[in-house]
Design a protein around this ligand. Structure first.
Ligand SMILES: Cc1cc2nc3c(=O)[nH]c(=O)nc-3n(C[C@H](O)[C@H](O)[C@H](O)COP(=O)(O)OP(=O)(O)OC[C@H]3O[C@@H](n4cnc5c(N)ncnc54)[C@H](O)[C@@H]3O)c2cc1C
Length: 231
């Protein structure tokens, strides 16, 4: 039986741990925060926009950059496969405007709790408040993972530490350092979904208002605050 260590318990880590468990591995999920899925809990304004029911070509078309890169991944596991899996775990979903799929309960926490239930089913050991500090490689193979508390031997480790946005949820970019230390090349990271801080205070009054700027620039002094600044 293989020992797999999943580093990080966000959306990716929860899925990786569940699938590794289902395939018969012994799985330990190491999460540095006091709970898993912290970011998942705030997605979709607390409702979790799980996926979209569009077909694969639409997904590719709407992916910035080289969307075609994702063909292989979608072939192996599509939005339909995801929904089938979640439904088989008892999570009911609904489709809203624009094909967006949400849990029927409108609760992102229900999605997280569903994963928690399935982690138990596959005997995944979840260790909270345990940040991973390094990965050990021997003869070109990952053989262990070290946290601030312990050292674990393993046959493989899956880095699921997320990006570097919204550090309060735990994603502080640790995965880049962990991967770099064991020889991976890390490209420059760029913000995608980030907070914007303005000097004008009236902006708070229109919070939540969406609009499209076509011709007229809005004269705001916008200071970009890197989201991994932790402030
Ligand atoms: C406000 C907001 C709303 C969003 N809404 C949606 C939405 O509705 N639908 C959607 O699909 N996406 C949404 N997203 C994007 C979505 O949240 C992310 O794409 C998703 O969370 C990425 O999952 P992940 O598992 O890769 O990373 P994360 O969810 O960031 O999880 C990474 C995990 O790794 C842990 N970790 C980090 N470093 C270590 C370490 N050294 N040791 C151990 N653990 C570590 C972190 O604590 C965290 O739990 C939203 C994002 C934000 C910020």
């Amino acid at each position: 039986m293989k020992q797999i260590i999943v580093i990080g318990g966000g959306a990716a880590g929860l899925m990786a741990a569940v699938i590794a468990g289902r395939e018969g591995a012994r799985v330990i999920l190491l999460e540095k925060m006091n709970m898993v899925g912290k970011k998942m809990g705030i997605t979709g304004k607390g409702r979790c926009n799980i996926t979209n029911n569009a077909d694969m070509t639409e997904f590719i078309k709407n992916t910035p950059g080289n969307g075609k890169f994702l063909y292989g991944a979608y072939e192996r596991f599509s939005n339909e496969d995801l929904l089938e899996l979640l439904h088989s775990w008892g999570l009911k979903t609904k489709v809203e405007r624009g094909g967006r799929v949400f849990p029927e309960s409108d609760s992102a926490l229900e999605v997280r709790n569903t994963f928690m239930k399935i982690l138990k089913k596959y005997n995944v050991q979840v260790h909270l408040n345990e940040p991973v500090t390094s990965i050990t490689v021997k003869d070109d193979r990952v053989v262990g993972v070290t946290t601030d508390k312990e050292q674990y031997a393993c046959d493989a480790a899956i880095i699921c530490t997320g990006g570097a946005s919204y550090p309060l949820t735990g994603s502080t970019g640790d995965g880049y350092t962990l991967a770099k230390k064991i020889g991976h090349t890390i490209t420059d990271i760029r913000p995608s979904l980030v907070p914007i801080v303005t000097e004008e205070s009236w902006v708070k009054d229109i919070m939540g208002l969406s609009f499209v700027m076509l011709r007229y620039p809005l004269f705001l002094k916008i200071r970009y605050r890197p989201s991994n600044s932790g402030k």
